[in-house]
Write a protein that binds this ligand. Structure first.
Ligand code: UDP
Length: 325
């Protein structure tokens, strides 16, 4: 098999192409010279505005399809990226069946498309496969500590099933599969009300409200800027690595420290107030990115302060236009 060095000249399908990460991926591969980029979305959590700036670019297409109902793309395809799923705890609590279906039936439809086209298939998995991890930091050979019946199960188990399915299509059906385990990621085009901590704190800072820290705020996360994350995903797609690879930023911090970082970057904001900790909220999360470094030559480059500045500037510009992302 010839390994491509870049997306130049490639034909790419992005499932969930109008979502937060999907739209960044469409933009990146078009910029790299992909000759065809098809964004497939049913817009239940994706937003058509996220790809508005790509409309009219040569090779860019949008298809409104629910990949749990079926998936049909004409013509040759070299890469299928499956970025389709509700991904914030609030979204998947509202859409639990849709989340289970897109991780299972939707992923299989994506795999079948890749099989039919002879394309590489990349599955966006998640650090949630590690659940509330008993091993720290998380390496890819850790199997996780997931509650299969809790409020996060629809997402965590769908993503675990999607990994199993992807490996089966890779091992027994010869599809060229890749699995990326995405850790907390932030950047422009997150939805202000998706409930995740980054838009929540940024929105609060911009409105001068208090920061709502859940629990005592000692739980940790590690935040990767979207541009860095997308670069890792593209490198993985271009590699021949079938086993899962963590992509995320190893800089770990507590939610109290994170609120302070947002306050510093936004130049204001209120005090910290505590709210109840949601059930099964993981206590710590930090990727071990040794495999990404060794196999892909990848590591994050954008410091949190810079990424937060860009993210805050984007949320400000959207607010100035009077729209809510
Ligand atoms: N969190 C918080 N305040 C908020 C939203 C989230 O303290 O307004 C916490 C949440 O309890 C979790 C962390 O921030 O510990 C990250 O939450 P998020 O929903 O962004 O993603 P998760 O990593 O839990 O999927």
């Amino acid at each position: 098999m010839t390994i491509q060095k870049s997306m130049k000249g490639q034909r790419v399908v992005v499932l969930g192409g109008s979502g937060f990460l999907g739209s960044h991926l469409c933009e990146r591969v078009l910029g790299d010279g992909a000759v065809r980029v098809v964004s497939v979305d049913n817009y239940i959590t994706g937003n058509a505005d996220n790809v508005a700036h790509l409309r009219g670019r040569p090779g860019f297409e949008e298809l409104r399809q629910d990949i749990t109902e079926g998936l049909s793309v004409d013509g040759p395809v070299d890469y299928v990226f499956n970025m389709a799923s509700p991904a914030s705890p609030i979204d998947y609590a509202k859409l639990p069946l849709e989340t289970l279906r897109v991780g299972s039936v939707g992923t299989e439809n994506g795999l079948k498309l890749a099989e039919a086209k002879g394309a590489v298939f990349l599955q966006a998995s998640t650090s949630e496969v590690y659940g509330d991890p008993l091993v720290h930091p998380q390496r890819e050979d850790y199997w996780g500590n997931v509650n299969p019946i809790g409020p996060r199960a629809c997402y965590d188990e769908a993503k675990r099933y999607a990994e199993a399915l992807t490996m089966v299509y890779g091992r027994s059906r010869g599809v060229k599969t890749r699995i990326v385990r995405i850790f907390n990621t932030y950047g422009p085009r997150m939805r202000l009300n998706d409930g995740r901590v980054v838009p929540a704190f940024v929105g609060q800072a911009l409105r001068g409200e208090d920061f709502t820290v859940f629990g005592d705020g000692t739980q940790t996360r590690s935040f990767c800027y979207a541009r860095d994350l997308i670069d890792g995903i593209v490198r993985l797609a271009l590699s021949d690595e079938m086993e899962p690879v963590n992509i995320g930023n190893p800089r770990e911090m507590t939610m109290i420290q994170f609120a302070e970082a947002v306050r510093a970057a936004a130049g204001g904001g209120g005090k910290i107030v505590h709210k109840p900790l949601p059930k099964d909220d993981p206590k710590q999360r930090q990727p071990d990115i040794t495999r990404a470094r060794q196999l892909l030559g990848w590591e994050p480059r954008v410091p949190l302060e810079e990424g937060l500045r860009e993210t805050i500037a984007w949320f400000r510009s959207v607010a100035a236009r009077g729209s809510t992302p």
